[in-house]
Design a protein around this ligand. Structure first.
Ligand code: ADP
Ligand code: ASP
Ligand code: MG
Length: 393
């Protein structure tokens, strides 16, 4: 008998169509000879009654400064509601199911409220229920500290719950079900005709995810790589096998790996003589450029620079509402691709503020308002580059 962990994201657990589709996936997986552990996210996205953002808003309305322990106590409820509803739905459809909180599932974390790390999973309770022939429906995104306080694992953290459970239970694979048919070259919400990848290595998926590609959480990818468990990103609403994430040895090299983006950056330029700010920038900036006269830096809004009492940011040259676009490529033909990207960026009509080159990627900074159009154009240009390379090889 095999074991598969199947995680269903917020849009999948939101509607009766979603529950039906989930039931079918779970039944198919069992019919193929597997025990199934289901992990669920909170229902829906921003605005939905039990979505994580809605729960956070309840606290923010009272006061935006929220004690993180109390915040975790509340937002863990979103996933618990989903687990209760889905296991009831399974039961009604004659499947013996049991809901579990992160705590009941034995998920121990450190005390980094709102962004906790899983330290251990005691799988005894899960295994006992599996032996009884039950389907376990576990609330994702949460755990408990050694002192018995509820924690959450950072936004998007249900993916991490699923992969860590897969690792501790030595599952055969983890399926991450979502609202798109797999990992695409870039966000399908921005490029509607984007191509999807049949497979991608842990390394490349981590690069994309840690630079803003939201389809899977970077920590989940790291955990999968550590335990060498295969992960499939696929759609709840189809039978398409989706994208397989495994070792690079099992993946053929892609010339263009993907385009990620991340919003909410600011830029500042300060006099090189401002020593205190200089040290802060060195520690917390994403990119930094130095001349004899000035230091220029891009940093994420909300990072420690924003809150630094020594940095009177209003006194320095600053720009807000910036985005970062990162284009990753493989080793094969990397010089050619790199040059093509730089050439394209030079003649592009977008107000690109800066570009930064690395051995496997180029990152550019630009105003938020140009983000979507810029990604669409870069995607279409890269598509041409890939096609040219394919005809050459
Ligand atoms: P879930 O609630 O299922 O966890 P998420 O919103 O976290 O869903 O992730 C799915 C979303 O990720 C998709 O709706 C898609 O817009 C976005 N996304 C961003 N980049 C990519 C990409 N390269 N491939 C696929 N989806 C992407
Ligand atoms: N519900 C949580 C969030 O919105 C966790 C998750 O969906 O993975 O971030
Ligand atoms: Mg997600």
């Amino acid at each position: 008998m095999g074991l598969v962990v199947q995680k269903f994201g917020g849009t999948s657990v939101e509607t009766i169509e979603g529950w039906k589709a989930i039931l079918n996936h779970v039944c198919d997986c069992r019919a193929a000879g597997n025990d199934v552990v289901v992990v669920v996210s909170a229902m829906g996205r921003k605005g939905a009654p039990y979505a994580t953002d809605t729960l956070i808003h309840l606290l923010e309305e009272i006061d935006p400064h929220i004690d993180l322990m109390k915040k975790d106590f509340l937002i863990s409820c979103g996933e618990i509601i989903s687990a209760a509803i889905l296991s009831h739905y399974f039961e009604v459809h004659k499947l013996d199911a049991i809901p579990m909180t992160g705590f009941q599932a034995g998920i121990l974390t450190n005390s980094k409220f709102n962004d906790a790390d899983i330290l251990n999973i005691d799988t005894q309770a899960i295994k006992k229920r599996l032996e009884e022939g039950k389907i376990i429906v576990i609330a994702g995104f949460q755990g408990i500290t050694a002192n018995g306080l509820i924690t959450t694992l950072g936004r998007g953290g249900s993916d991490t719950t699923a992969v860590e459970l897969g690792a501790y239970l030595q599952a055969d694979r983890v399926d991450i079900f979502t609202d798109v048919p797999g990992v695409a070259v870039t966000d399908p919400r921005i490029v509607s005709n984007v191509s999807y990848l049949s497979h991608i290595s842990y390394e490349n998926m981590y690069k994309l995810a840690s630079n803003g590609t939201k389809v899977i959480h970077p920590r989940a990818v790291k955990a999968a790589q550590k335990s060498q468990i295969p992960v499939f990103v696929r759609s709840t609403f189809s039978d398409n096998p989706g994208t397989r994430i495994t070792n690079s040895a099992e993946c053929s090299e892609q010339s263009i790996v993907g385009i990620s983006y991340d919003k909410d950056f600011s830029y500042i330029r300060v006099k090189a003589s401002d020593k205190i700010l200089y040290d802060q920038l060195k520690t917390f900036s994403l990119f930094i450029k130095e001349t004899d006269q000035h230091i220029e830096a891009y940093y994420k809004v909300g990072s420690r620079i924003d809150g630094n009492p020594h940095s009177n940011l209003s006194m320095v040259h600053a720009r807000e509402n910036l985005s970062k676009v990162t284009i990753f490529y493989g080793e094969k033909n990397s010089d050619y691709i790199h040059n093509e990207i730089l050439h394209y960026l030079k003649q592009s009509t977008f107000p690109i503020l800066d570009s930064f080159s690395f051995n496997d990627h180029v990152a550019i900074m630009l105003p938020d308002i140009h983000l979507e159009k810029c990604i669409q154009e870069i995607y279409s240009h890269l598509d041409t580059i890939s096609q040219n390379l394919a005809t050459l090889s």
